[in-house]
Design a binder for this molecule. Structure first.
Ligand SMILES: Nc1ncnc2c1ncn2[C@@H]1O[C@H](COP(=O)(O)OP(=O)(O)OP(=O)(O)O)[C@@H](O)[C@H]1O
Ligand SMILES: [Mg+2]
Length: 582
C-alpha cells in the first residue's frame, strides 16, 4: 500500500506525541463505554417499569444516565483536546521542518520550482495532513471501538435479531465505497481548481503594475471570473455528492430500524425478549449509524492525507546540492581568493556560463570584472558564497577549498550586494541589520551614511523604522540598492562582492559612496562588477569576461594599451559618463 508507506513518514511526529495520543485513545474508549452504558441503563429502567417499581428507583437510573452523560462530556472534551491538540502540534513541527528544509535547498531548486507550487504545499497539503493526524486518527479509533462494542452488546442481547438488523450493512458498504471514491475525485478537482485560482491571484497581484500599465484589467477580470465560476461549480458537484450521501445512509439506517421494530417488537409481544432489551437494542443500532458514515469520511481523510504527505515528501526528499563536506574550523578568514580552472553551467544541456576561469586575488586587493551582458560576471560572483557549485575546477579562500569552509562561516564573512537588491517587508533598519543578530542604532546609522542613504531616510517620517513594503516596493531602485550596500558592510566582511552595486545611482553619488567604502572597508578584498569607470579604476586588477572566458586581464593602464575589448568598452563608458555629467 502506497499510502501506508507515505504515512509511515509521519511516525517520527506521532512518536513525539505518543503520550497525548495514548491518553486520548483511552478517553475515546471511556467515552464509548459511557455512551454504551446509557442504552443499558435505559434497559434496566424499562425492565424495572415492567416489573412495576417505585418512582424513586427510576429517579436513581435517571441520575445515573445524567452522570454518565456528564462524564462522557468530560472525556469527550479531553479526547478532543489531547488528540486535536497533538495534531496541531505535529502540524506545527511539520511546517517548521518543511520551511527549514526549503531554506537549505540550493538556488537551482528554486530555478526549477514555482513559488506558487511551494506555497500551495505549505498551506493546503499541510492542513490535509493535519486533518489526517487529528480527526482522521481520532475517528478511526472511535469507529472501530463503537462498531465492535455496539455489535457485541447487540449479539449478547439477541444474536438472531442482530443478524437481521445488520442485513442492510452490505448495502451500506457499497454506498460508502462508491461515494468515497466520488468524493475523493471531486474533492481533488476542487483542490486543483483552487490552486489555479490562487496562482492567478498571486501572479496578478505581484504583477499589478504591469497589469495596470498595459490596461489589461478587463481581460484579467474576465479570466478570473471564469476560473472562479469553475471553482464554484466544482464545489457544487462535491456538495451534491455529500447531499445525497447523508440521506442515503439515513435511509439504510432506517431500514435496519424497521426490521428491528418489526421482528424485535414481535419477540417482545411473544415474551421472547424483555421490553428493556428491545429498547437497548434499538439504542445500539442507532449508535451504529454515525460510525457507518464516519468510515467513509475517515477513509477519505486518510486518502487525502496520504496524497498530501506524498507531495510534501517530494520536497523533503529534495537534497540540498550544496552542503558542508568534512568542514575545517577556519579560525579567521583573511580574504585571499583563488579560482583554479573553474567551469560552470546552469544546466547540463546549456553551454557553460563560465569556462576555465583562473585568477588569484591576494588579501586586501580589488578586482573589477567587466564584460558584455550575459558574459558570466554575476555567475562568477555567485560561485564564491557557494550559491552554485562549479562543474569543475577549484575555488580557494586563504588557500582552502571553499567546500571545506563551513557554509555559515563562509557566508557570514562575505558582504554580498547582489545585482538585484532584495529587501524584506520590514523596516529599513531591520533590512540593513539583516546579517547581524543584533545591531546598535549607531552601527546602522554609520553604514547608512557611508552608502549615502542616510539623508533620504532622515527625511522619512519614521526614519529608520520606515517599512519598505513587500520586496522593498516603497523604496526607489537606488534606495534599495544603497540599503543593500549598507547591509553588506554592516557585517564587517572579509570579502566584499559587489555585483553592479551602483547601477541605479548617479555618477556623483557613486563616487561619494566609493570614497566612504574605501574608508570603511578599503583594506578588504573586493570583487566588483561594474559598468562605471570610477569603480573600475579603483581596482588593482581588471578582468574582461567574454562568453564565460577571461578574454583580457591587467591593470587599467595596461589594458588601455593592450586590451582591444577593454579599450572599446572604456571608450563607450567614457562617452556615457560624459553625457550623464554634462
Ligand atoms: N539561473 C539561470 N539559469 C540558466 N541560465 C542562466 C541563469 N542565470 C544566468 N544564466 C545564463 O548564464 C549566462 C551568464 O549570466 P550572468 O548573469 O552571469 O551574466 P552577467 O555577465 O552577469 O550579465 P549582466 O551584465 O546582464 O548582469 C547568460 O547566458 C545567462 O543567460
Ligand atoms: Mg549580472
Amino acid at each position: 500500500m502506497e499510502s501506508v508507506k507515505t504515512l509511515a513518514r509521519l511516525s517520527k511526529y506521532l512518536r513525539r506525541h505518543k503520550r497525548a495520543l495514548a491518553i486520548g485513545a483511552c478517553c475515546i474508549v471511556l467515552v464509548n463505554i459511557l455512551g454504551l452504558s446509557i442504552p443499558w441503563l435505559t434497559k434496566l429502567a424499562v425492565d424495572k417499569i415492567e416489573a412495576g417499581t417505585q418512582p424513586r428507583v427510576l429517579l436513581f437510573y435517571a441520575s445515573l444516565i445524567v452522570a454518565a452523560s456528564a462524564l462522557q462530556g468530560i472525556f469527550r472534551f479531553s479526547m478532543r483536546k489531547l488528540m486535536i491538540g497533538a495534531s496541531r502540534k505535529m502540524e506545527y513541527e511539520l511546517r517548521n521542518d518543511l520551511f527549514d528544509h526549503l531554506l537549505t535547498l540550493s538556488p537551482s531548486y528554486f530555478n526549477r520550482t514555482r513559488t506558487g507550487d511551494i506555497m500551495a504545499k505549505a498551506t493546503n497539503d499541510i492542513s490535509a495532513v493535519r486533518e489526517f493526524l487529528g480527526p482522521g486518527i481520532m475517528y478511526s479509533i472511535n469507529t472501530v471501538v463503537v462498531l465492535a462494542a455496539a455489535t457485541s452488546l447487540m449479539l449478547y442481547i439477541d444474536p438472531l435479531l442482530t443478524a437481521f438488523a445488520l442485513l442492510p450493512v452490505p448495502a451500506l458498504a457499497v454506498i460508502v465505497n462508491r461515494f468515497g471514491r466520488l468524493v475523493k475525485e471531486r474533492f481533488d478537482k476542487v483542490q486543483q481548481q483552487f490552486s489555479k485560482l490562487n496562482a492567478r491571484v498571486h501572479e496578478n497581484l505581484s504583477g499589478i503594475r504591469v497589469v495596470r500599465a498595459y490596461g489589461i484589467e478587463e481581460s484579467e477580470k474576465r479570466q478570473f471570473s471564469e476560473l472562479n465560476e469553475d471553482y464554484v461549480s466544482k464545489n457544487m458537484r462535491l456538495v451534491q455528492i455529500w447531499g445525497t450521501f447523508h440521506p442515503l445512509i439515513a435511509l439504510v439506517g432506517g431500514i435496519g430500524a424497521v426490521i428491528v421494530l418489526w421482528l424485535g417488537g414481535r419477540q417482545v409481544v411473544r415474551g421472547e425478549i424483555s421490553l428493556g432489551d428491545f429498547v437497548a437494542f434499538s439504542g445500539y443500532l442507532m449508535m451504529l449509524t454515525w460510525p457507518a458514515i464516519a468510515v467513509g469520511w475517515v477513509v477519505n481523510l486518510v486518502q487525502r492525507g496520504a496524497a498530501s504527505m506524498n507531495r510534501i515528501a517530494r520536497i523533503m526528499d529534495e537534497q540540498p546540492e550544496i552542503v558542508d563536506i568534512d568542514p575545517l574550523p577556519l579560525v579567521k578568514m583573511k580574504g585571499e581568493i583563488e579560482f583554479k580552472d573553474v567551469s560552470f553551467s546552469y544546466r547540463e544541456e546549456l553551454p557553460p556560463a563560465l569556462e576555465n576561469v583562473s585568477f588569484r586575488l591576494p588579501q586586501g586587493r580589488k578586482l573589477a570584472i567587466v564584460g558584455k551582458t550575459g558574459s558570466g560576471k554575476s555567475t562568477l560572483i555567485n560561485l564564491i558564497p557557494r550559491l552554485f557549485q562549479p562543474a569543475s575546477g577549484k575555488i580557494l579562500i586563504d588557500g582552502l577549498e571553499i567546500e571545506r569552509i563551513p557554509l555559515r562561516t563562509l557566508r557570514c564573512r562575505i558582504g554580498y550586494v547582489p545585482q538585484e537588491s532584495f529587501l524584506f517587508s520590514d523596516s529599513i533598519k531591520e533590512n540593513i541589520a539583516y546579517g547581524l543578530a543584533s545591531a546598535r542604532d549607531e552601527e546602522v546609522a554609520e553604514v547608512a551614511v557611508i552608502s549615502k542613504i542616510s539623508e533620504e531616510v532622515e527625511e522619512f517620517v519614521e526614519k529608520f523604522e520606515t517599512l519598505v513594503g513587500e520586496r522593498g516596493i516603497a523604496l526607489s531602485g537606488g534606495q534599495k540598492q544603497r540599503t543593500a550596500i549598507s547591509r553588506a558592510i554592516i557585517i564587517s566582511p572579509a570579502i566584499l562582492l559587489l555585483d553592479d552595486p551602483f547601477s541605479s545611482v548617479d555618477v556623483a553619488t557613486e563616487r561619494e559612496i566609493l570614497r566612504g567604502l574605501l574608508r570603511k572597508v578599503g583594506d578588504k578584498t573586493w570583487i566588483i562588477v561594474s559598468h562605471r569607470l570610477s569603480s573600475i579604476r579603483e581596482a588593482d586588477e581588471i578582468i574582461v569576461l567574454e562568453g564565460g572566458r577571461i578574454a583580457e586581464r591587467g591593470t587599467h593602464e595596461e589594458l588601455l594599451k593592450t586590451g582591444k575589448l577593454y579599450r572599446e568598452l572604456h571608450r563607450r563608458l567614457l562617452i556615457a559618463e560624459e553625457l550623464e555629467t554634462a
